[in-house]
Design a protein around this ligand. Sequence first.
Ligand code: LLP
Length: 426
Amino acid sequence: MTATQTQWPFFTYRGNELHVEGVPLRQVAETVGTPAYVYSRAALEERFDSLATAFAQVPHLICYSVKANSNLAVLRTFARRGGGFDIVSAGELYRVQQAGGDPAKVVYSGVGKSPEEVRTALRAGILLFNVESLAELEMLDQVAAQEGRIAPVALRINPDVDPQTHPYIATGLRKSKFGVPMADAVDAYRHARGFRHLRIIGLDCHIGSQLTSLAPFRDALHRVRDLWQRLVREGFHIEVIDVGGGLGIRYRDENPPSFAEYAQTVIDALQPFSGTIVLEPGRSLVGNAGVLLTRVQYLKQTGEKTFVIVDAAMNDLIRPSLYGSYQEILPVQPSNHQESAIVDVVGPVCESGDFLARDRELPPVRPGDLLAVMSAGAYGFVMASNYNTRPRAAEVLVDGNVFSLVRLRETYPDLLRGETIPTWLD
Ligand code: LLP
């Protein structure tokens, strides 16, 4: 464990205390309690700006994928920089609007959009519907007709490439539920042309998440480019190619491509397309911009193992339990005296699968110590639940030497909101 590894330039040890920018995590814990998600504004902005720089030579729009981290303050940070948004529900559209995002820069993906959601998005005037099936085309045309509007449409194509990632987050294989199969794509476009309330302006694909090599992107985008050229010959005017998200980050020792390498691959693969390239990055913008701050409650030795029992659990951060994924854990105030040990870091939830780390070498920790679960900015809080009637954690955004609570820790009444006991149980 080095003091500051390359993936977390805004999370550094100063005076033997882990800081987020200029703020000691200890101070955050003392103020808002634990567990808490803590994000760095500078890290978010640095990521966004460096992606924008990488694509500066071509017309492009960065549509941040809201599902990765939908906190209003995070959305506002990107909206202020001119970012658009990739949504998968009307709920996400509502968040974007509440955060001051521009609906005219919103793209809407997902296999199960409801007519009501589509109506809401049409009224808001979004940029693009990424349509995933023929049945959805038909529904969208009907709703657009009722609304007296023309819906801007891209078809999401499933390019059938293996993104070489965890099977739960691979989406571009033929067997996945996403997109229109490549073999049916031209027919689907011809079919789409027949609807009077749709305007076919785009081509979309997204192949999976946490991709750490460029080859799958290159393969998929070559197929997309070939299809685009075919569509041009058929008289379609494709103004937008949406290349989805999926670029991976370093959690441990992965070496994902840089934004510059990624941009060059995308731009080269789509040559000579000269319209707008839409990007849907999620994890690569927010993943390494946040940590989950937790406090050690107990140490427990069994014959087999040493358990470090902390106050965050799988309901707060489910990635280790769900995907077996690795999240680095750093002590907030390391002591350099004793030997490190191999431990399991577990939470209070009543499941054996409730762990944040297994067989992990950690420096010595004591009850009361604070730990930072790193790389928790993406798919962290958004996947949290109230399992075991645990209030969801607070969220904090740091800006230089100051920080703000950007989401209150839930209270017990919050957890019961909407529940009633029927009178016949009186
Ligand atoms: N666009 C579409 C259509 C997507 O389905 C996704 C992610 C993205 C963009 C953003 O992908 P990113 O750039 O973040 O890889 N919960 C999982 C990840 C699920 C990703 C779902 N789709 C995890 O914690 O690893």
